[in-house]
Design a protein around this ligand. Structure first.
Ligand SMILES: [Zn+2]
Ligand SMILES: [Zn+2]
Length: 328
């Protein structure tokens, strides 16, 4: 099969011919119909996440068709469309798994990082971590739901049930999905983009944001929660400055530049700062139910498989409106 291979950090992906993966007991052999390009993929290429299997097939927003099942795989039928997300396997025996936090599993394996992912024509995935996808989304439109949507949703939920005014910093793939869910839930969304990026600010307003501006600006009223989707540590402090008493700043990303020192008074009055790591299968099922109920319009820019490097460069430079998706 054809796959885009990362052979070493900080080198371009190479179009390669590799063996078709053979599914083990609980795995499915999947034919990839679409695979999203996530900011995390860039962190892996750039060695900011430094423990990938090598050579590696990136990609953890996989929409695919089941073409073969391992001997003990029975959850999905051959021919069925499934999604394979970032969480690819957990041990179910460590202290985190035992208390329902498999997202923090000590031995977890991740799709497109420590397992081969979806920048390829085929991929093998453990069926226990695959998800059914709402039929109303096309393949390319469904791909960003699998990380941008899922991790975005976990980030949003950690912003708190009672958060009414939600700030979103970094208005890319995750933000454009979460904003629609938040607006549908009756929250008010304040969108923060790179200063001067009026096109993305207009995009945010079209999705229902009540206010949009540069990340260097303060919102017209303080926020109950701020969700950070850009890997820029300064935004954690900017967002803290914009929150009301009891507000929370949640980082949805897996990597971020250092957070600068800040005065304790910004954190005082029970403000909090936290991160989100990975996802649980429960998150996956809950979010797909949300995606079924809420009409989410995912904005996608499609690329051929061998254009993966170009897709990543466009993402790196903030040139993708919504999400970039590879179509093998
Ligand atoms: Zn575990
Ligand atoms: Zn991702």
């Amino acid at each position: 099969m054809r796959a885009m291979l990362l052979r070493a950090a900080r080198t371009p992906l190479e179009t390669s011919e590799v063996d078709l993966p053979a599914p083990t007991e609980r795995q499915l052999l999947l034919q990839v119909r679409a695979c999203g390009v996530c900011r995390t993929d860039l962190h892996i290429v750039d060695a900011e996440l430094d423990r990938p299997k090598l050579p590696l097939v990136l990609g953890h927003e996989i929409v695919a068709t089941v073409v073969e099942r391992g001997a003990a795989a029975r959850q999905f039928e051959v021919g069925e469309r499934v999604g394979a997300p970032w969480l690819g396997w957990t041990d179910q025996t460590c202290r985190y798994c035992l208390r329902g936090q498999e997202n923090l599993c000590d031995a977890a394996l991740f799709t497109g990082y420590t397992l081969d992912g979806g920048y390829a024509e085929y991929v093998a995935a453990d069926e226990r971590y695959c998800l059914r996808l709402p039929a109303k989304y096309g393949d390319a439109e469904a791909a960003p739901l699998l990380c941008a949507g899922l991790i975005g949703y976990r980030t949003y939920r950690l912003g708190g049930e009672s958060a009414e005014r939600i700030g979103i910093y970094g208005f890319g793939a995750a933000a454009h999905i979460v904003a629609q869910v938040a607006v549908h839930d009756g929250r008010r969304v304040f969108a923060f983009t790179r200063p001067g990026d009026t096109a993305t600010q207009d995009f945010a307003r079209r999705l229902g944001a009540v206010w949009a501006g540069g990340s260097d600006a303060l919102p017209p009223e303080p926020l109950d929660a701020a969700l950070i989707f850009a890997p820029v540590g300064e935004l954690m402090v900017a967002a803290l400055r914009a929150t009301a008493k009891g507000g929370v700043v949640v980082s949805g990303g897996i990597h971020m530049s250092d957070i600068p020192a800040f005065a304790y008074r910004l954190l005082w009055e029970e403000r909090a700062m936290r991160s989100v790591a990975n996802l649980t299968r429960q998150d996956g099922m809950e979010f797909m139910a949300v995606a079924e109920r809420v009409p989410i319009h995912t904005s996608v820019e499609s690329f051929a498989l061998d254009e993966a490097n170009q897709a990543q460069e466009r993402l790196r430079h903030g040139q993708v409106r919504g999400a970039a998706v590879l179509i093998p």
